[in-house]
Design a protein around this ligand. Sequence first.
Ligand code: ATP
Length: 207
Amino acid sequence: MSDEQPTGGRVGVFGGTFDPLHIGHLMIALEVRHALQLDRMTLVVANDPWQKAGTGVTSAEARLELTRAGVDEINARIGSPVIEVSDAEIRRGGETYTADTLEEMKAHDPTVELFLLVGSDAAAGLPTWKRPDRVRALATTVVVERGGRVGGRPPDDWPHLVIDVPLMEVSSSDLRQRFADGRPVEAFVPPAVIDRIRRLGLYGSTS
Ligand code: ATP
């Protein structure tokens, strides 16, 4: 993040591939921010997600551009820059580890209080992440649960909050297929993101 970013406060950290950003991602960012009264929510665009290695992910630069476009649009609609986009993992390059990202955010701004969003599908696996003790120490873990379900949880000795968000059946993989097939995407993807996707010719889309 640049030096112009505001500092301090309660900040959510929401990592993802964002290939592409969709309304499910924005919904989570806004719901969790509201529920925990966070000052800002930072979408961290993954560079080289080790979980998805070898699956042919869209270039980090293109995913960053799409994410920025969608975030600018929703911030303008809200009238305040409540969501930020971080390119920290892309700038660092190589494989992406949350512990490194949290450390960098704390080093950049030691007064910030971090809240790490984790889907309930990933929560039980937290101890297998790289340097899990640093992940646990640097941020409050927030398990994001969908539509009142009770999914996975971190181990008992891992402090965490649980925030329930509405169930929204939208995924980036389905959307990539929709673009490729020429099926409707307008209800799922912010307009500015659709414009960029078509301009960049991503996902087999045509303008
Ligand atoms: P793909 O379909 O390519 O796996 P995705 O949208 O599930 O894409 P990411 O872009 O990495 O994957 O998503 C970032 C985070 O957002 C993940 O933790 C994922 O669980 C969560 N997420 C994605 N879509 C939704 C949704 N519709 N509702 C709630 N959480 C979601």
